[in-house]
Structures are given as structure tokens and as C-alpha cells.
Ligand binder design. Structure first.
Ligand code: FE2
Ligand code: FE2
Length: 285
């Protein structure tokens, strides 16, 4: 979007609201807010470890997510500051899962070291080129992550696992707030530039995959085996449709955008910027 001063002010205001809520209502401690002492009695299982491990690996790419994201938006004050705050919050997600793996005894130090080494060996790249497309990606990705963590929280609560329940509650609440910020920015974009913004959302959805899909070995298979994933249907019903409803984009308007995109690809196959996302998404998250 062409950044007028008015828009810059509104984005900054949106960030300040996000930060105020984060500081007053959402801050939490890896050390004090998870009942680690309960781990001894809980008998954590290997399935829990596999589930937490894949989330941990995906969250630990925060140096790439934050550095590349910040570089993309550095001239946009409110979004750049969000990116720095976001990076801090995301850094705790990887850490709390890492602590779970170690403190539960389900992974040895050597295994955690190997997990870290595997992460450092690969670099995450921005899946889309423009800030607006990345905002659309953020809304979908945070929404999918929130739903995945909510499923784990509900499962833990039913099983009486207070440690898993606390972790997924705290981390999931952050993801919901991140999704809310991205949605608010999309609303500003829609007000300014409706059709191109919907086109970006259609573009991003058509190529969507979770960040770990290209980074983590056997990603989809491990999600399925550990019960950590969400199905494509759940992604549509609990992430995409609610997002479109909140943004007041009708199904028909969105379908038209998808259709225009297909026609555009047919007319200009060589100019298709989507080829940078060569792999189609498989299972979502
Ligand atoms: Fe996260
Ligand atoms: Fe997040």
C-alpha cells in the first residue's frame, strides 16, 4: 500500500494497542508460569515428546523469521516494531518447548544439541516478496498455529497433563494475538486498496504451507504420527473461513480473486512469480 502519513499513524496505533495488551495482560515466564514440578508425576510420553519436538524445531527458526522479516519491513515503523516484539515472544515459544524436552527427560542433552544443529544447518527464506503478502501469510500461519496449539491444550487438559496444558495455553495465546495484529493490518490495507489486497490473500492462500514444511525432515509424516498437525479441512474451516468473515470478504469476492489469479497465470505462465513456491502445500501444519 502507498504509505500515507495517515496510514503510518494507524499502523503505529495498531502496534501500540498490541504492545499495551501484551505488556499488561499477556506477558508470561518460561520459569514461573509452567508447573514444571508436576513433570515428575506426569510420566510424559514419547508421543508428547515427538509432538513438542516438531513444534520446537519450527519455533526455533526465529533468527531467520525475524531477521528476514525485519529487513523487509524496516522502513515501516509500526510493523518493524511489531516484528521486534514478535521475535521476542516467538523466542520464548521455542525455549519453553526445548525446556519441556530436557526437563521431562524425554530427550538427552545430545539429542537437543542435534536438534539445534539440524536447525542451524538450514535457512528459512521468505515465502513471499512483499510486506502485504507477508502480512497475509502471517495471518494464516498464526491462525493455523493457534488452532494446532489449542488442540494440544484441549488434549492435555482432558488427560490431566498440567504441564502441556500450561505450555500450549501460554504459547497459543501469543499466537492468537499475533494473528489479531496481522488481521488488523489487512483491514487497513483493504480500506486503502481492496482488490489488490484480496488478490494478495488469494495468492498467499494458493501457495500456503507452514514454515517447517521445507525445513524439517519428514515434516508432514511426523505431524501425522505425533498427532501435532491439523487437517486441510480444519485449516479451511477454522482458519481461512473465519479470517474471511472477520475481514468481511465474501466467498464470492474471494472466489473471483482466485479465478482472476488463475486466468493471470494462464495468460502469463512465464511471468508467474508463484514459481518461487514450487512445491504445492500438502498437509497443513
Ligand atoms: Fe510461536
Ligand atoms: Fe506467532
Amino acid at each position: 500500500m502507498a504509505e500515507t502519513q495517515n496510514i503510518r499513524d494507524r499502523v503505529y496505533r495498531t502496534y501500540l494497542d498490541f504492545l499495551e495488551t501484551a505488556e499488561k495482560k499477556r506477558r508470561w515466564s518460561v520459569f514461573d508460569d509452567v508447573p514444571w514440578d508436576a513433570l515428575d508425576a506426569l510420566k510424559a510420553t514419547e508421543t508428547s515428546a515427538e509432538c513438542v519436538e516438531i513444534f520446537c524445531a519450527e519455533e526455533l527458526y526465529v533468527p531467520d523469521y525475524s531477521s528476514k522479516g525485519l529487513e523487509l519491513v524496516r522502513s515501516r515503523f509500526g510493523i518493524a516494531w511489531f516484528q521486534t516484539c514478535w521475535a521476542f515472544e516467538e523466542s520464548k515459544h521455542g525455549l519453553v518447548f526445548r525446556e519441556y524436552l530436557s526437563r521431562s527427560g524425554l530427550r538427552t542433552k545430545a539429542e537437543v544439541d542435534a536438534l539445534e544443529a539440524g536447525i542451524c544447518a538450514k535457512i528459512w527464506k521468505l515465502p513471499f516478496e512483499t510486506p502485504r503478502q507477508m502480512v497475509c501469510y502471517g495471518a494464516l500461519q498464526e491462525g493455523a498455529t493457534y488452532i494446532a496449539y489449542k488442540l494440544q491444550k484441549d488434549k492435555a487438559r482432558a488427560a490431566g497433563d498440567t504441564v502441556m496444558e500450561a505450555m500450549f495455553h501460554l504459547v497459543g495465546r501469543d499466537e492468537a494475538a499475533h494473528g489479531g495484529f496481522y488481521r488488523a493490518i489487512i483491514e487497513l490495507e483493504l480500506a486503502q486498496d481492496r482488490q489488490p489486497t484480496i488478490a494478495d490473500l488469494a495468492e498467499v492462500l494458493s501457495n500456503f504451507k507452514m514454515p517447517g514444511a521445507d525445513l524439517i525432515p519428514n515434516y508432514n509424516q511426523r505431524l501425522r504420527a505425533s498427532g501435532a498437525g491439523i487437517s486441510p479441512r480444519m485449516f479451511v474451516e477454522r482458519v481461512v473461513q473465519p479470517l474471511l468473515t472477520t475481514l468481511q470478504i465474501s466467498r464470492q469476492e474471494f472466489k473471483q480473486a482466485l479465478k482472476r489469479r488463475e486466468l493471470d497465470i494462464q495468460a502469463n505462465p512465464d511471468a508467474d512469480s508463484r514459481s518461487r513456491n514450487q512445491q504445492r502445500p500438502g498437509r497443513i501444519l
